[in-house]
Design a protein around this ligand. Structure first.
Ligand code: NDP
Length: 329
């Protein structure tokens, strides 16, 4: 059956300007790191993208290596785009990245111009796209001169293979240098993608201030700490959870008694706010206007509709923030 997106899809979502660019992103973006590989149920993957789009999520985040196996999430997205979104490409922001190990030999990893340019060519083929909207360098490369990596991003934009570029996992000092280099080349850094959640707050130590000052967007990944910041692990490990089904990146031994104690305490505050813990954890990120969009993952369509309800209340009292800080200490 032909997919017809919800007519009211733009009514409830909020859109935030990405730094000082012309681009606005939906307050939530959907990532395809998990649940889009060869071992995932294709109809479920397809429903995840449709549910997101029906609810105003315009931004879909990929990388060359998402799967498993690497490349399969982009292939899956390519199939979904062809089946359901042929008429909606101009309403979508599609991102990809290169920077982690992708293929054997010296040219399939890190940050050389050789790797970035050829990897993006491969990504475009897998998704059957002419261009991506945002292309990221996925992690800093300690050996390649930053000038070369940023020049590769600039080249990719000049070639029309990406409209905007970003960086991910860069610490404040290297991010500052990358932002400056890109500015000098005339291809501004649109956005930074760091790991940021209640459980992982390094960005508060300089990065957010830098991005605010430079007017570069910020899109935190793993905002629910891969699912820990929900109520799902309060009574053991559910069979359909990431720990049980994947276990590669989020392992059972991450769920320590100290963690559970914090989750229980946070869950109580969420309840007092009339939110689920997942919603409060997402709202807590969005309360800061320097956060352009929060990059969620989902294994089920209902999680998307559940998570975006965070937008109903992103205001925190000083007392709530203090209590949360106390719990997270
Ligand atoms: P999250 O922290 O949002 O974790 C997502 C997981 O949390 C889901 O798969 C699901 O787990 C659970 N979940 C989500 N919503 C709910 C809900 N409402 N109620 C209960 N459980 C929920 O993000 P991810 O770790 O998946 O990362 C998101 C995206 O960030 C990735 O897809 C990728 O695009 C990007 N990313 C970027 C990286 C980088 O280096 N730049 C690195 C990692 C991710 P379950 O399976 O248990 O149901």
């Amino acid at each position: 059956m032909t997919y017809i997106p919800a007519a009211n899809r733009y009514e409830n979502m909020k859109y935030r300007r990405c730094g000082n660019s012309g681009l606005k992103l939906s307050a939530f973006s959907l990532g395809l790191w998990h649940n889009f590989g060869y071992n995932s149920n294709f109809e479920n993957s397809r429903n995840l993208i449709k549910t997101a789009f029906d609810n105003g999520i315009t931004h879909f985040d990929l990388a060359n290596n998402y799967g498993p196996p690497p490349g399969s999430a982009e292939e899956c997205m390519g199939r979904i785009l062809k089946l359901d979104f042929k008429n909606y490409r101009d309403e979508m922001i599609i991102s990809s990245k290169a920077g982690y190990t992708m293929w054997d030999g010296p040219y399939g990893d890190w940050g050389s111009k050789k790797y970035l340019v050829s990897s993006l060519d491969q990504s475009l083929k897998r998704m059957d796209l002419d261009y991506v909207d945002i292309f990221y360098h996925h992690r800093p490369d300690p050996e390649t001169p930053l000038e070369e990596t940023m020049a590769a991003l600039n080249l990719i934009v000049q070639q029309g293979k990406a409209l905007y570029v970003g960086i991910s996992n860069y610490r404040p000092a290297e991010a500052a240098k990358a932002i400056q280099l890109l500015k000098e080349m005339g291809t501004p850094c649109l956005i930074h993608q760091p790991k940021y959640s209640m459980f992982e707050r390094w960005v508060e130590d300089g990065l957010l201030d830098l991005l605010g000052k430079e007017q570069v967007g910020c899109i935190p990944f793993s905002p629910l700490a891969q699912g820990l910041l929900t109520d799902k692990y309060l009574n053991g490990i559910p069979a359909d959870s990431r720990v049980a089904t994947s276990g590669q990146f989020l392992k059972a031994d991450h769920i320590t008694p100290e963690r559970i104690e914090k989750i229980v305490a946070l869950n109580k505050i969420a309840q007092q706010r009339g939110q689920k813990l997942a919603q409060m954890a997402l709202a807590w990120l969005l309360r800061d206007e320097r956060i352009t969009s929060v990059l969620i993952g989902s294994s089920k369509p209902e999680q998307i509709t559940d998570s975006i309800k965070a937008l109903d209340n992103i205001i925190f009292s000083k007392e709530e923030l203090d209590t949360i800080n106390q719990i997270l200490k």
